[in-house]
Write a protein that binds this ligand. Sequence first.
Ligand code: OAD
Length: 248
Amino acid sequence: MFDEALIRRLRAARHIAALTGAGISAESGLPTFREPQTGLWARYRPEDLATPEAFARDPELVWRWYEWRRSLVAAAEPNAAHHALVRIETLVPRFTLVTQNVDGLHERAGSRSVIELHGRIQRTKCSRDGRLVEAWDDDGAVPPRCPSCGAALRPDVVWFGEALPPGVLERAADAASECDVLFVIGTSGVVYPAAGLVPLARRAGAAVVVINTAAPDAPPGPDEWHLTGPAAKLLPALVEQVWPDEGR
Ligand code: OAD
């Protein structure tokens, strides 16, 4: 079903890396960022809420939006694509998973070393000094206040225009430049610096395998494959064809 050259390339790989985005969690019921929104918050654009400016302007609105997103994450389960990545980790000598997602579903599925570029939605930090906060008094303030300094609390995620957590980009860049194959799964690839990992891997000679429901804008280049369809269907099928009956 999949291209034989791709199958051979994956079987020969010593180090596979994967960059994932919101699309890999779509089939777990979590909304992506740049596709039409549905549900309670459909009239807001995520790009307009996930910014320091939005939080400064209307912290209650932004906190409530994250509260809603946290409730979706709490109700969600990892899907077959998350599980397929766990399986790949057991089948190749080296595997590095880099995610832009803040939902924690890769770890919940069982992936061991996940590089989270954009933080984790379930963690909360002080908006003044960035210190993680685990508990606070619920006195009705929205957002709640930092127990040490009284500043507003915020989710421990990276907003547009903010720096990534120290060290994570370096580790992700090392993986991209050292891997034999890079999977690019469920991401629009428009947000930097994450998007820069793909050309980095390509320049270093890696094959690139894109899995996305959207068809590519241009025909794939050499050593590049574009699998069009839902990740939860395509990725397990690919793993099954490359490594039948192994690692079970
Ligand atoms: P986007 O919403 O920009 O893109 C989601 C991608 O997933 C699109 O290309 C869809 O075509 C694709 N997609 C949707 N359903 C899919 C499925 N079932 N299987 C495979 N692909 C599917 O999300 P990201 O690329 O993750 O950053 O966005 C990048 C960053 O921008 C996010 O981490 C977040 C956001 O603003 C911050 O918050 C800093």
